[in-house]
Design a protein around this ligand. Structure first.
Ligand code: PLP
Length: 466
């Protein structure tokens, strides 16, 4: 008989986890067979696992930890808040100081003319709120037939029924009877994979014109809004050509279609601007946010509402039959306020724009010289590498898509760096507090990971184009 594993051992937690815990976006059967990694603590730019490994958190958790791990200012702010007011709702003609102060603090950093905030518990709820708010706005303005949303293929807008429907992820639509009606998906501005012989600039315009075509086909009188991430995150850090967003904005304005910027990843500094739409040079009507607003210390998301929708909604909308028990949770609001104090106090958005961002970009973009890397791209502190067996052709691997990416990701983990694989590319989004030495370590590790991946592909005979 084998003895039971110690109560503080990897085996113990793996056992409990495999027996009872169903993981998001996971294949439970293969995960249980492989054994899950147990993260026990984190500090600064590092996470630590139950085997004692120290790993550079190149993904900020899941795009969240902008100010780094273990910031006691935020923990204390949450704790103080919960000791004072643990919970109350914001439904019944009530508010609380942290919710009111956070709404004002967000309005302060939001793009010009965006002065109102609706709170949710996360990004998916924010996206669902947009669907209901925008349709309700148009109905209140006497145009209830304006209900269709235009979104992009390979976009990620969350995992609720509404969010997953607006998103353009085929594997998500394949489960649970999605998407819901009233959504049209169009070309994504992903030059590397879909740009063909066009220059990036020409392809950006081409992809934007697909938005015009979709609106015109549905009839602008039936179209409520266009939604897009300034930079697609989960879709593989797809940075659109500079021509794309201004053209999309022009197309939407000409057709009286609202513009929604899903800033759950880009918002609160990731691109070096407070919001990704500012980096792209456009002014949306609504912005969704979550993740970086609290740096992940507490779940909170929401929608920033611009003047046009806010005025129509407030003047003509009557009661909005929508909200969440945890809309404006005191703990989340306190976390966000403390996180914003750090972003301001340490000038972290400026740091991403003009210090650590350009520093890491210089090293990251150089990885394109590696024989395995077809393209290296990065804006602010969000980037990607496209792995390819044939750079000139931007070719895919003959192996099933994602195989090489997973191999590279596992090698990266074993080298002490979290990079995430999307298809056969690697993506990166480290904390804004990353030091210059950590940026060097990250880049040096990435080179080693690419070398090891290349050697492994060679050994397996996988350096073959599809
Ligand atoms: C993560 C994400 C969401 C969903 O947020 P959750 O907090 O996981 O519900 C929505 N949109 C974008 C762009 C995201 O990256």
């Amino acid at each position: 008989m084998t003895s039971a594993p110690a109560s503080n051992s990897t085996a113990h937690w793996r056992h409990l986890d495999a027996a009872h815990h169903l993981h998001p976006f996971s294949n439970t059967k293969s995960l249980n067979a492989e054994g899950v990694r147990v993260i026990t603590h984190a500090a600064g730019s590092y996470i630590f696992d139950s085997e004692g490994n120290k790993i550079l958190d190149g993904m900020s958790g899941l795009w969240c930890s902008s100010v780094g791990h273990g910031r006691h200012d935020i923990v204390d702010a949450i704790s103080d808040q919960l000791k004072t007011l643990d919970y109350y709702n914001t439904f019944f003609k009530t508010t609380h100081p942290a919710a009111a102060e956070l709404a004002a603090a967000i309005a302060e950093v939001a793009p010009a003319g965006m002065r109102h905030v609706f709170f949710t518990s996360g990004g998916s709820e924010a996206v669902d709120t947009v669907i209901r708010m925008v349709r309700h706005y148009w109905a209140a303005m006497g145009k209830p037939e304006k209900h269709i949303f235009i979104a992009r293929r390979n976009a990620y807008h969350g995992s609720t029924v509404g969010g997953a429907s607006l998103g353009g992820m085929k594997p998500m639509h394949a489960q649970g009877g999605l998407p819901i009606p009233g959504i049209v998906h169009v070309q994504q501005p992903y030059w590397w994979a879909e740009g063909g012989d066009m220059t990036p600039e020409a392809f950006g315009l081409h992809a934007a014109r697909e938005v015009a075509r979709a609106i015109d086909e549905a009839g602008a009188e039936n179209v409520a809004a266009f939604i897009g991430e300034p930079i697609q995150g989960a879709g593989g850090v797809v940075i659109p050509p500079a021509t794309y967003w201004p053209e999309v904005q022009k197309i939407c304005r000409e057709r009286d279609v609202l513009l929604v910027s899903d800033e759950v990843i880009c918002g609160f500094g990731r691109t070096g601007e407070w919001f990704g739409c500012q980096y792209m040079g456009v002014a949306p009507d609504l912005i969704t946010f979550a993740k970086g607003v609290t740096s992940g210390y507490f779940p909170l998301g929401g929608v920033i509402v611009g003047a046009r929708v806010a005025e129509g909604f407030i003047e003509h909308g009557g009661e909005f039959n929508h909200g969440f028990t945890y809309s404006g949770h005191p703990g989340g609001c306190a976390a966000a306020l403390a996180n914003l104090r750090i972003l301001h106090g340490e000038k972290l958005v400026e740091r991403v724009k003009s210090e650590i961002g350009p520093y890491l970009q210089a090293r990251w973009l150089k990885l394109a010289e590696h024989p395995l890397v077809g393209e290296a791209r990065m804006v602010g502190l969000i980037g990607a590498l496209e792995l390819t067996p044939d750079k000139a052709r931007r070719a895919k691997f003959a192996q099933e898509e994602g195989t090489v990416g997973l191999l590279c990701r596992d090698i990266s983990f074993s080298e002490g760096l979290v990079m995430r694989a999307v298809r056969d590319g690697m993506i990166l989004a480290p904390p804004f507090t990353l030091s210059f030495a950590e940026a060097d370590l990250l880049a040096d590790t990435a080179v080693r990971v690419l070398d090891r991946t290349y050697a492994e592909l060679q050994a397996r005979g996988w350096l073959v184009a599809a």
